[in-house]
Write a protein that binds this ligand. Structure first.
Ligand SMILES: [Fe+2]
Length: 285
């Protein structure tokens, strides 16, 4: 990747090119990119009072896309806005941003933004869709939680003792809120299958857990998203636990080449319908 493509790769999900005047930058700057970043705290301000290793820092930075150094991957930060109270706990990472791919050097001003490709291991995927009500109308402001195992089939959780490696750069959890069109979008990796001892030699198909919260419904809804063509689906007691074949097939995401991004990530679409005849099967209410 070139430096520019790295920058755009990281900024594709939530970035937009904005008018230069919006932040009062110099006329010489041609293309300002605004990038939402979510960085492990230990890369931002180690030892800072009140912060804990693993906490994340969220900010929105503005930089000139043309000024990134293709060798050092350093770009001068023109402007930075802190977001969401600045500090959020670990395990509330935002996988709409590649984790481990960016950090800020706060030792001097102007701040310098470093970029490198995500260090987590696995097949990068974009999971996107809409949250809809029974009338197929979008439901904005819905908080989606996501949790999943890593590419090797291991959760970052003490209960998970599967003999597969943990990925130090991948937490496997994240949150996002649907926009005014009910849309959400995650960047993550494709989870691996894992054994679960339900029966001898039983393996869970690749899946992503979703928790759904919304202002219009007080209950937390939980479901799982699967991947098309997975041979383990036909053997999975949890997937088959939804007796209605048509309904359970709504749990399978659809590969979408238009959502995929060249040389970056594969795209899968998964809409969540909260109620009605087309409702997405839920595990609990
Ligand atoms: Fe699971």
């Amino acid at each position: 990747m070139t430096g520019t493509s790295k920058a755009s790769a990281g900024s594709k999900v939530m970035a937009a090119v904005i008018a230069c005047g919006a932040i009062g930058c110099a006329d010489a700057v041609a293309a300002i990119v605004v990038l939402n970043i979510d960085m492990p705290l230990d890369k931002v301000a180690p030892g800072r009072q009140g912060m804990h290793l693993g906490d994340h820092h969220r900010a929105r930075i503005f930089y000139d896309d043309s000024s990134i150094n293709p060798v050092t991957h350093v770009v001068p930060v023109i402007h930075m806005e802190h977001m969401m109270g600045t500090w959020v706990p670990a395990l509330v990472g935002d996988p709409t941003m590649p984790m481990g791919d960016a950090w800020l050097d706060l030792s001097a001003k102007p701040y310098r933004y470093h970029y490198k490709a995500p260090a987590f291991v696995g097949e990068r995927i974009i999971v996107a869709g809409r949250v809809l009500n029974e009338d197929a109308r979008p439901v904005p402001g819905t908080l989606l939680e996501l949790w999943q195992c890593n590419a090797a089939g291991r959760y970052r959780h003490p209960v998970d003792q599967h003999d597969a490696p943990l990925d130090p750069n991948f937490d496997g959890v994240g949150q996002v809120v649907t926009n005014e069109r009910g849309e959400y979008r995650f960047l993550t990796i494709k989870p691996g299958a894992y054994p679960w001892r339900n029966t001898q030699n039983s393996w869970r198909p690749a899946h992503i857990h979703f928790g759904v919260f919304g202002p219009a419904f007080a209950t937390r809804l939980i479901t799982q998203m699967y991947f098309p063509g997975d041979p383990l689906l036909a053997l999975d007691a949890i997937y088959l636990g939804t007796a209605d074949k048509v309904a359970r097939e709504r749990l399978i995401s659809a590969y979408d080449p238009d959502l995929s991004e060249a040389e970056w990530a594969l795209g899968y679409r998964f809409d969540i319908v909260l109620r009605g005849r087309q409702a997405t099967p839920m595990e609990s209410a």
